[in-house]
Design a protein around this ligand. Sequence first.
Ligand code: C2E
Ligand code: MG
Ligand code: MG
Ligand code: MG
Length: 294
Amino acid sequence: RSKDRGGNQYTFFSADMNARAERRLALETKLKQAIREGGLSILYQSRRETVSLEIVGFEALVRWDDPEEGPIAPAEFIPLAEECGLIASIDEWVLETACREMRPWCTQADKDIRLAVNLSPAQFIREDLHLVISGILRRTGFPGVKLELEITESLFGPGNANARKVLEWVRELGIEVSIDDFGTAYSSLSRLKQLPLHTLKIDQSFVRDLGQDPDDETLVRTIIAMAHNLNLKVVAEGVETRLQYDYVKRYGCDAVQGFLFGQPVPCGRIAQMLNNRDIAQRLQSPPFGKESSE
Ligand code: C2E
Ligand code: MG
Ligand code: MG
Ligand code: MG
């Protein structure tokens, strides 16, 4: 029976594959245009010290809003850009623009606010990465010591000897490096220990089930304890609920990010965000006390 339908399935699959290939090609063309003509923008997500909920940094998240397609998620266009060789232009644009937009906030004398920018693994193995970055720091006047690069664990698999060298160049510029989405790829903490890293960001897939999945509780607690033993700071990503926040706080996580503390905002809204203490007041009150009455 399946043989009889084979022809149809083939037609179905090939039509589907065609449609996908066409969409890809169309997106690629549009993306090139967006990079050239200012179609990309950046939103900033706050990072907060876990206990005080003081803002200690912002992560730059690229956005693409196509006039016809509407907003296209980074999960769709970043992998596309990586495959078709556009990622270098995107990452450089984001780095330079974020440094320019955030400099006023990251150079205030009375605050210590850092800027975190995501870099694709392909960027991080470029021989000239430190030249690109030092050029951007010079042009924007952004201090290297306030910059953090977020990279993924996949970079440190076997056969990536260059990554270590790049990390050392980057460190000479005063820049810190964090491992993003930690826990989603294979890498041993003892291996990470040999690299000049500063921070682990626990992937939101582990944070999501805190309070529901005891395995994730153990995992998150263990990652935090081991990271601290290796002198690494830990950030929990994707904190959406009070319960998740209470868990990571109890486990001694250093900083938190997530929708619980607000959606990512354009740079024009940063001032307002820095002045707003409502979030901290709301979350520091006891969860079921009088103060939290709705
Ligand atoms: P990421 O670096 O792990 O960024 C965190 C992602 O989680 C962001 O998605 C953010 O909007 C989302 N997020 C933050 N808090 C919460 C939460 O509480 N709940 C949920 N469900 N999600 C939350 P976004 O902006 O769609 O970015 C997705 C990924 O795309 C990023 O993951 C990063 O890997 C990549 N990306 C974003 N901007 C850039 C960039 O400029 N360059 C490169 N190479 N990659 C980028
Ligand atoms: Mg990130
Ligand atoms: Mg992440
Ligand atoms: Mg991610």
